[in-house]
Design a binder for this molecule. Structure first.
Ligand SMILES: Nc1ncnc2c1ncn2[C@@H]1O[C@H](COP(=O)(O)OP(=O)(O)OP(=O)(O)O)[C@@H](O)[C@H]1O
Ligand SMILES: [Mg+2]
Length: 1005
């Protein structure tokens, strides 16, 4: 065992300088501080004589690290005694000398109880102590040998003492070697899982194909530890990139990627953007070909929040980031294997999950392993996680077997007896976290063990792991306990010491104790996190409400000190105000002042999230804002605005019914305000139109939105409202009104002196679509080309691709097939990269049709099959019939009549006749399928029907098209005579619709 000998320096002088009663108080404080420090490291004070204190480590159980803990206690005591002197404002500084010496002490428990401790070790410590400089620690030879790896020592001193002949070697402690103090519990079992990980990694490296492994399991089952063990054993040339999902970042969705990039460029998130930009460039150029670096840097920059993008374009950020990340990883993996590790993926947002899967899909040729760690709830949310990927494996971690669990309890419990270890293992149900925490608690629990008991009685084990953690927190020194509680107000995964200093006065000793107990983990210099989320929760629970209110408020205020800090932290500020308000409301439900501040702050953060297209976060923030609003009957315009924003957020998330509810309430409550009316009716109108298939109601809502937008005189709102509203008359077949609205939208954007290129490009494309139905293809091409030029000037890939598809289709209808192809190729590629599925399906359909017309039947079928697959997958409702019709026609061209018939049959069963997808597309294909099936009469009947409908509906182009087709296949007579046919031809030529005149016939008669 190890002895710590502490002696006050100059106590005689001090006692002469101050009042005897005061002196006794000083001594009492000194004893108490010393005892606390000893106990906090599992030592105990056994002998107090005059102003010397003797502590012992290794009673009743000897531990391997007794000597080290004794030294740590010595250091803490020396520091604490110095602080005590300052705190008591003594006339002279209070200092002590400390010595540590190790060796056998032959005494029974009873002697200890009576404070009798003697033996050579104690004498040695007493003698060494005299040689220590005041305020420092000196140790003996054996102690030094036992702690050499962990402690840095100064030059050896030969200590001579009165009454002893020979000199004693003494070694002054200079410092603890960094991190040495943490005793890591050896890794137990999990060898099958570890082997799976290693094998998969090796397979990825050998096959040059990205692989993915997901470790799943309940909290505390050992997922993170497994991942750590695996990562730390990887060959040194492997590049490991680590990111962690956490719901409390300012940019939740891409936080894990931002962490990875920041780690690689060795910067903090709040570094100046120019520096981040420069470092990012440096990093990309160091591993990737310089001709590809430009766009990669821009796209990766989005993950770091670099680059300005207004609301309309940010929706495709995930795709942009992925299309930067994939080539970056490829570049890295050229130099050596890469492991991309994501922790706590169950907390990740959908776009990140999509991104990860897509990344693996695109990882051919990469020596890449993606290691995901998640609680099992990931599979509840994404039952198909990793499914459909060729090289993906989900592993579920089971509780430990009783043998291994006991082994872990023994390892973690430092000399715990076997029966208690078994008890702990069983009690914890084989959950390693529970085991580690329980043994951690028992290490302090000599108190709890009844005299004479050999094992720990089961009824003394706390029933839950939370209770175990609570017991461990209770056992901390008062300052450490205070600190861990205060730190618990940070909900974010890590926090900086500088942040903690805003609300506490963390001292090195308390921090070290928290680290030693593994309650806190130091990630980097000055950056900490909780060893486990539960520790934070339990610490937070034990924080009195008054304290919570005070601390959260203090943090919110510290984060709002200046405009720049506030602008960087809107969600954190809102969070702290929210938590302060919760505590305040619990304390006094009538005091709503903080709740009102929280409401404002949360709604503002929600608005900013919408601007950043972070719809999930926006919805969450709006919901939380509303929870802070008072009773519903008192709601007014501010609450209605939040309701309306909540509606918009859900709309972007594709939760249309969930959007309709708050939008309707927003109109009920705040409909009198033009801003709210314009906003809520616009989105509700679109739900009515595109989802509920109710163009009448949609039309009313759009009218209402338009009136309000005009009242507001806000050109942005007005343009966007017109851009959605125009589709109501379009689907009703009122092309003139649709065109008028899109024209007005265009005019509004052009009058906008600040410019609104996004809406301008959109208005041009919409107008082109409305023109296409009965206008001239030349005009359609011109409009789309203008849109393309605007989008290109702006560099917005999404708008560029939308315009390219329009240009390509117009060229195709004009039979300029070779010119059309590159536009459609680029649109397909861009939408694929951006991950915008709907647009991809549309562009693939456009390209598939082009391929068929150009005689490339195989390519046509391939594109159209993919397009149709996506439509089915996303439950598409407006282009599905167009896509199915094109697929059926391509199949006919390939000679597969049966498959064509099947596609039509299936599409007819999924398409909703009341929905916006026109059934006419299926009818068109039906004509050709019937013909190919040999039923020429039925085919002609159908064709005639389509001709009649086109005429009745006043669709001159369609009528001409059918007249021409019927004439060509069944003869001019059937089409009403030569005159009709040539008039049709004239019309088609005049509007440049060459496609109809030149398309190949799909079956002979
Ligand atoms: N096989 C093992 N051997 C030794 N210790 C282990 C083992 N597995 C887990 N532990 C310890 O148990 C504790 C909990 O494990 P870990 O943090 O890995 O759990 P987790 O599954 O990641 O939990 P969570 O879902 O809460 O993040 C840690 O202290 C870890 O070191
Ligand atoms: Mg974990």
């Amino acid at each position: 065992m190890s002895i710590v000998f502490v002696d006050l320096v100059g106590s005689t002088r001090l006692s002469a300088l101050i009042d005897p009663e005061r002196y006794r108080e000083v001594l009492a404080a000194y004893y108490q501080a010393t005892a606390e420090e000893l106990e906090s490291l599992r030592g105990r004070a056994v002998n107090v004589a005059g102003d010397a204190v003797v502590g012992v480590f290794g009673l009743p159980q000897v531990h391997d690290d007794d000597a080290l803990r004794a030294i740590r206690a010595g250091i803490s005591i020396a520091a604490r005694v110095g602080e005590l002197g300052d705190a008591l404002s003594l006339p002279v500084p209070l200092r002590c000398r400390v010595a540590v010496s190790t060796g056998p002490v032959a005494i029974g428990g009873e002697a200890v109880e009576r404070g009798l401790l003697s033996g050579a070790v104690v004498n040695t410590a007493a003698r060494l102590q005299q040689a220590a400089e005041p305020g420092t620690v000196i140790v003996g030879e054996l102690t030094r040998l036992l702690t050499e790896d962990a402690v840095e020592y100064g030059e050896r001193k030969d200590v001579r003492a009165k009454g002893f002949d020979d000199a004693l070697p003494g070694f002054p402690v200079v410092a603890l070697a960094p991190r040495s103090s943490r005793r890591t519990i050896p890794f137990v079992d999990r060898r099958h899982e570890l082997r799976l990980l290693t094998d998969t990694f090796e397979r990825a490296v050998e096959s040059h194909r990205g692989h993915m492994i997901t470790l799943l399991g309940e909290p505390g089952i050992g997922k993170s530890r497994m991942a750590d063990e695996f990562l730390s054993a990887l060959p040194s040339e492997t590049k490991v990139l680590k990111g962690r999902a956490s719901p409390f970042e300012e940019d939740v969705t891409f936080a894990p990627l931002a962490q990875i990039l920041l780690q690689e460029i060795d910067e903090r998130p709040d570094a100046p953007p120019e520096r981040l930009q420069a470092r990012l460039e440096e990093m990309v150029l160091s591993c990737c070909p310089s001709d590809e670096a430009g766009p990669m840097i821009v796209r990766l920059g989005y993950a770091l929040g670099l680059g300005e993008e207004p609301r309309d374009e940010r929706r495709y950020r995930a795709g942009e980031i992925r299309s930067g990340l994939a080539p970056f990883l490829r570049g890295l993996s050229q130099r050596g294997p890469v492991v991309l590790a994501f922790e706590d993926l169950h907390l990740a947002e959908e776009p990140l999950l999509d991104l990860v899967e897509q990344l693996v899909r695109d990882s051919k040729g990469m020596r890449l392993l993606v290691l995901c760690v998640a609680r099992s709830e990931l599979l509840d949310r994404r039952p198909g996680w990793g499914g459909g990927l060729g090289d993906s494996l989900n592993i579920y971690l089971e509780p430990m077997s009783p043998e291994h669990a006991t082994e872990l309890a023994l390892q973690a419990g430092e000399g715990l007896d076997a029966r208690t270890a078994e008890l702990v293992a069983r009690h914890a149900g084989g959950n390693p976290f529970f085991i580690v925490e329980t043994t951690g608690m028992l290490l302090h629990e000599e108190v709890g063990l009844p005299p004479g008991a050999e094992t720990f009685p089961e009824q003394l084990l706390p029933p839950t792991v939370q209770a175990v953690i609570a017991a461990r927190i209770d056992h901390l020194s008062p300052e450490a306990r205070d600190l861990v509680r205060k730190a618990s107000v940070f909900a974010r995964f890590t926090f900086a010491l500088s942040e903690l200093e805003l609300i506490a006065e963390p001292n090195e000793r308390a921090l070290q104790m928290l680290e030693e107990e593994e309650l806190l983990v130091r990630d980097a210099e000055g950056v900490y996190r909780f060893g486990h989320g539960l520790v934070r929760d339990v610490a937070y629970e034990s924080l009195p409400k008054r304290e919570r209110r005070r601390l959260h408020l203090a943090l919110a205020e510290a984060l709002s000190v200046d405009a720049e800090t506030a602008a960087r932290n809107p969600r954190s500020i809102a969070y702290h105000l929210e938590q302060a308000a919760r505590a305040a409301l619990d304390l006094d439900p009538n005091d709503r002042s903080l709740a009102e501040r929280a409401f404002r702050s949360l709604s503002r953060a929600g608005e900013l999230a919408l601007d950043a297209s972070d719809a999930r976060a926006a919805a969450d923030l709006c919901e939380r804002a509303l929870a802070m609003a008072g009773p519903r009957k008192g709601w007014g315009p501010s609450e209605a605005t939040v309701l309306s924003n909540l509606g918009e957020a859900r709309y972007w998330l594709g939760e249309f019914e969930g959007a309709a509810r708050p939008l309707t309430s927003a109109l009920e409550i705040g409909g009198a305000e033009p801003g709210i009316r314009a906003h809520a009716s616009r989105f509700l109108g679109d739900v009515e139109l595109s989802i509920r298939g109710n163009p009448e109601r949609a039309g009313e809502l759009f009218d209402q939105a338009l009136d309000a937008a005009r009242d507001l005189g806000d050109p942005w709102t007005l343009a966007r409202t017109l851009l959605v509203a125009g589709w109501a008359p379009y689907w009703r077949g009122d092309l003139a009104s649709a065109r008028a609205m899109f024209r007005e939208a265009l005019a509004v954007t052009r009058d906008n002196s600040l410019g609104d290129p996004w809406a301008e490009a959109r208005a041009l494309c919409a107008l082109a679509t409305a023109v296409e139905d009965d206008g001239d293809e030349e005009e359609c091409l011109a409009l789309n080309s203008q849109a393309l030029a605007i989008a290109e000037a702006k560099g917005d890939r999404f708008s560029i691709s939308v315009a390219r598809e329009g240009v390509g289709n117009a060229l195709r209808r004009m039979w300029r097939l070779d010119e059309a192809l590159p536009h459609l190729d680029q649109a397909v590629e861009a939408f694929r990269e951006l991950g915008s599925r709907w647009e991809l399906a549309s562009a693939l359909t456009s390209r598939g049709i082009l391929h068929r017309l150009a005689g490339r039947t195989r390519e046509a079928v391939k594109d159209l099959r993919e397009a149709y697959g996506i439509c089915r997958e996303v439950k598409e409702r407006s282009i599905v019939t167009w896509t199915a019709s094109a697929l059926a026609q391509a199949l006919l061209a390939s000679g597969d009549v049966t498959a064509a018939r099947l596609v039509l049959r299936e599409a007819a069963s999924v398409a909703n006749p009341e929905g916006p997808a026109p059934m006419i597309w299926l009818q068109e294909a039906e004509v050709w399928v019937l013909l190919a099936e040999g039923d020429s009469d039925a085919a002609l009947d159908r064709a005639m029907e389509l001709l009649r409908e086109a005429r009745d509906g006043g669709h001159a182009k369609d009528a001409a098209a059918w007249t021409w087709r019927i004439g060509r296949v069944w003869g001019a007579e059937a089409a009403g005579g030569e005159g009709e046919v040539s008039a049709a031809r004239g019309l088609l030529e005049s509007v440049h619709l060459q496609q109809i005149l030149r398309e190949p016939v799909l079956a002979g008669v």
